[in-house]
Design a protein around this ligand. Structure first.
Ligand code: AHR
Length: 634
């Protein structure tokens, strides 16, 4: 059809900042360990603890190996012989090898195994101490599960009963995505090991403790204006309580930047909200470094002492709050302070004497308690502004794009005259098409908007088209919407907590989604300013838009039974009485509370979250003309 776009080149609309479109690096879906962080050994520091997850233990990811009369026992104690106070457990091998025998452990890497490519070099390192007077010979082998060698073995010798780091290089003689790394010791005595590590030498930009090249290059190719990090729910969940003061240590805690800096062997690990362990090998220094390497503005988000993501708890501990506010000031010093300052010196010691130039910082993520959040935010903001008046301190609007929580947050944000508000929403393609004008009505003199997380869900390819259409609305309102990032960025096909995602990977390959291509197009073509334009002609409504409308609830528990979805011609697309205990053909929008079948009805279990259950895309209905009938029983 004829279609005309009239552009008024003489008129000038709002300026578009170079930082308008960025990425949100979130540690979800194995995005860090086993993903962007190039470490190939899983559980390198033996810190998977049974108390954190059923089935975990210090040797998760590892197996015992004995060769040619080798014998011994392997344990992962948490005792005073540890390598570092925050790196609690280590591997203890009590060796009882016959002459010539070897005993040790083998690591299976991530996914199908340790991925190596012929000709590439890999840096191996391990911390060790031994009680054997003459030292302990250690052989490091890279092979397939069936024993085919993937590199010439590396031979090291541990000496002395104090922790020493031993290093060497393995060169892959074959390509495999299913390698196994074995560390085998000869002789007798007690050998203690920790931080068993294998890194490809060609990390992104050759950085030590660096990033997986293919993934980092895909992110760099987007040319993002900023990098928001490190989450998401991992930032705020469990932030309402502090360390266990008795041990100075708390597992399963919120993301605290000081846990993630300094030499890697001194960093804590954490059992995170998404169900896996974080080594923090990819920590705040590495995030800042990566942002700088790809020419993007760093945008960290710190916990606000409220636990969101479905849990809704706020701290009542003023001392803990003050500690976190001080941590945030220290973070700014780490990023921007002179190399002579306490935290600036740590940055310099880690290899970056120059400041990173931090200008924006977020406080909290998807906070669901506006009344508790607002005064906390103001305390953070005022403390930051007192020392750094130009720092943009970003506030919150909660987990929803509208509704009472959102409205209360915005009222508070306006009353407190905040700089910028972080909005998040995951909606259907139809929603994105119908809400292109969302920001046209925003107050030009009010707080600016950071659209920190958004994605169209459940429309397959149509997701990306509706996102592209929506982004024209963001850009048209570039005087209000200052920053925008699609979410989530990365997903390991073997460990997915959230979809859709922008870039997918396994242990040796990665590929972008169609949304990746949309983001790349926009980020690589950011204009200087908006030019008023008007489109005319026959506008074709793309179809089909598959199942994005269903039953939706706000801030209330709801229960439905006997649901029927009917097409315009009267044919029944889907009918479910939920008596078989399943919700056939339905799914809920993940991450916003959850639906489950209870007593033969479909129930939203989280009373405080918006939730929509949607027709499975397999139904193929167009969402603007299906009819949904259901009995609301609660
Ligand atoms: O991006 C996935 C999740 O979505 C984030 O962790 C959270 O902020 C949001 O609910």
């Amino acid at each position: 059809p004829d279609y005309t776009i009239d552009v008024d080149t003489a008129a000038t609309g709002p300026a578009i900042d170079d930082t308008m479109y960025g990425v949100f690096f979130e540690d979800i879906n194995d995005a860090a360990d086993g993903g962007l962080y190039a470490e190939l050994v899983r559980n390198r520091s033996f810190e998977f603890l049974p108390a954190d997850r059923e089935g975990w233990n210090g040797l998760t990811g590892w197996g015992e190996t004995a060769l040619a009369g080798g014998a011994g026992t392997a344990a992962t104690p948490n005792d005073d012989a540890r390598l570092h106070e925050r790196n609690r457990t280590y591997l203890r091998l009590d060796l009882r090898n016959a002459a010539g025998g070897a005993y040790g452990v083998t690591n299976g890497g991530y996914g199908t195994g340790v991925a190596v490519a012929e000709g590439r070099k890999y840096d191996f390192s391990v911390w060790a101490r031994t009680t054997a007077k003459a030292g302990t010979p250690i052989t490091v082998r890279l092979a397939t599960a069936s024993g085919k060698a993937l590199a010439k073995p590396l031979v090291l010798r541990a000496e002395g009963d104090g922790w020493v780091k031993y290093e060497g290089t393995l060169t892959a003689t074959a390509t495999s995505d299913a390698g196994r790394l074995s560390v085998l010791a000869k002789g007798t005595g007690t050998l203690r090991l920790d931080m068993v590590s294998l890194f490809p030498q060609d990390t992104f930009m050759g950085r030590e403790n660096g990033l997986r090249k293919d993934l980092a290059e895909k992110i760099a190719a987007l040319d993002p204006g900023f990098v928001r990090f490190p989450g998401g729910c991992i930032v705020n969940v469990n932030s309402h309580y502090g360390y266990d003061e008795a041990s100075g240590w708390q597992r399963a805690r919120s993301y605290q930047w000081k846990d993630t800096v300094g030499p890697v062997e001194t960093r804590a690990t954490n059992a995170n909200f998404w169900g896996y362990n974080q080594s923090y090998g990819l920590g705040y220094f590495e995030y800042f470094q990566f942002a700088e390497d790809i020419g993007a503005m760093p945008l960290p988000v710190v916990p606000a002492l409220l636990t969101g993501c479905g849990q809704n708890r706020a701290t009542d501990d003023p001392a803990l709050l003050q500690r976190h506010i001080q941590d945030t000031l220290d973070l700014i010093e780490f990023a921007n302070g002179p190399a002579t300052s306490t935290w600036g010196q740590l940055r310099a010691d880690m290899g970056h004497p120059e400041p990173f130039g931090l200008t924006h910082i977020g406080v909290g993520n998807e906070e669901n308690l506006p009344r508790e959040y607002a005064p906390i935010f103001v305390q953070f903001r005022d403390a930051i502004k007192a020392e750094h008046p130009d720092m943009v301190v970003i506030s919150n609007s909660g987990p929803d794009d509208q509704g009472p929580v959102f409205e209360e947050h915005w009222a508070n944000n306006r009353a407190n005259d905040v700089d910028m508000v972080d909005e998040h929403y995951y909606n259907s393609p139809t929603w994105f098409l119908q809400n292109n004008d969302r920001y046209d009505a925003y107050d030009r003199n009010g707080p600016k908007v950071f659209l920190g997380e958004y994605a169209s869900q459940d429309g397959k390819l149509f997701n990306s088209l509706s996102e592209a259409a929506y982004m024209t609305g963001l850009e048209r309102n570039a005087d209000v919407v200052k920053l925008a990032s699609y979410a989530p960025l990365l997903a390991d096909v073997d460990n997915v907590q959230w979809r859709p995602d922008m870039i997918w990977f396994d242990n040796d390959e990665s590929w972008g989604s169609t949304s990746y291509e949309v983001q790349k197009l926009f980020m690589n073509n950011v204009g200087d300013h908006v030019v008023p334009s008007r489109a005319s002609g026959a506008v074709v409504q793309p179809e089909p838009i598959t199942g994005s409308v269903g039953l939706s609830t706000w801030a209330t528990a709801a229960r439905y039974d006997d649901v029927t979805v009917t097409a315009p011609d009267g044919s029944v697309l889907l009918a479910d009485d939920f008596e078989d205990g399943e919700a056939d053909g339905w799914r809920s929008l993940e991450g916003r509370g959850s639906w489950s079948v209870v007593d033969g009805a479909y129930e939203q279990s989280d009373a405080a979250a918006e939730n929509t259950m949607v027709v499975s895309p397999a139904v193929g209905a167009t969402d603007y003309d299906i009819t949904v009938k259901a009995t609301k029983t609660a």
